[in-house]
Design a protein around this ligand. Sequence first.
Ligand code: COA
Length: 285
Amino acid sequence: MKVKVRPGTPEDAEMCGRICYSAFKTISEAHGFAPDFPAPEVATDVLTRMLANPKFYSVVAEIDGRIVGSNFLDERNTIAGVGPVTVDPTVQNRAVGRRLMDAVHERAAEKDFDGVRLIQAGFHTRSLSLYAKLGYDVREHLACMQGKALGISVDGHVVRPATEEDLDACNRLCTRVHGHDRSGELQDAIAKGSAKVVEHERGITGYATIIGFFGHAVGDSNNDMKALIGAAKEFIGPGFLLPTRNGELFRWCLNNGLRVTQPMTLMSKGKYNEPAGAFVPSVLY
Ligand SMILES: CC(C)(COP(=O)(O)OP(=O)(O)OC[C@H]1O[C@@H](n2cnc3c(N)ncnc32)[C@H](O)[C@@H]1OP(=O)(O)O)[C@@H](O)C(=O)NCCC(=O)NCCS
């Protein structure tokens, strides 16, 4: 079986989207979980945007000219985000996934990223094993949280839309918590109008690009994160990713009626700083 890996193009979106949908659906349903993508069109839509975005590097695997998988590298920040990596279920466990991972790691090395990270479906033994063999360490156990909007505010914490003027303060906050900023994603979210900040006493103490699967949030304290989660109108996608080591915030979510939809794992390779604050990672980065 000869596997060829090449850069992805926008023309690959439909086939890659179909494979992405069926790869996640197959593994999720085998374990009794809802698929990450509700329909093939949703996966195709996400991959179409990634394949067309120059800030994402993409690779496609082919066998005899037929696309059998794809992978992505989010290059917007100093730590690059890997995934979604997906392989056609009919050819899984035959080293295609490893080739797709090697390809984005080569790119990350060429571009001199300080590290790479990804989010893994906690029940998936194969991806967990593959990533560990490729040098990734488990950093955080996550619960994907979903439910009705909470409509809760936190005393003295004001949540408002983020603007370009907030960028520096948000980047400083992210650097305090994570050791690096995530300016690229935040700028995109401000431009789209989805980003929020929370202000407390002296200034900005938290922000979120979105409270949902594709967004991240950072706060000086759990109260900042509670204010952001409490103000979210909905939790877009399968849910937002809560680090369960943060028992106080996890219990607060549970006690306010949110439900765990699936376990996930944050893994990274290269530079990683133990977070010094509250945070919610995004699935893509
Ligand atoms: C995850 C995925 C991309 C991996 O691709 P793949 O082509 O199936 O995997 P590969 O054959 O390249 O690698 C699997 C590795 O894990 C090992 N492995 C598989 N199951 C294992 C287990 N239970 N315990 C230990 N090792 C295991 C294999 O031996 C292989 O190791 P090797 O590379 O050293 O030989 C693919 O299975 C997939 O699309 N899954 C569904 C979607 C998904 O979960 N994507 C990842 C999102 S985080």
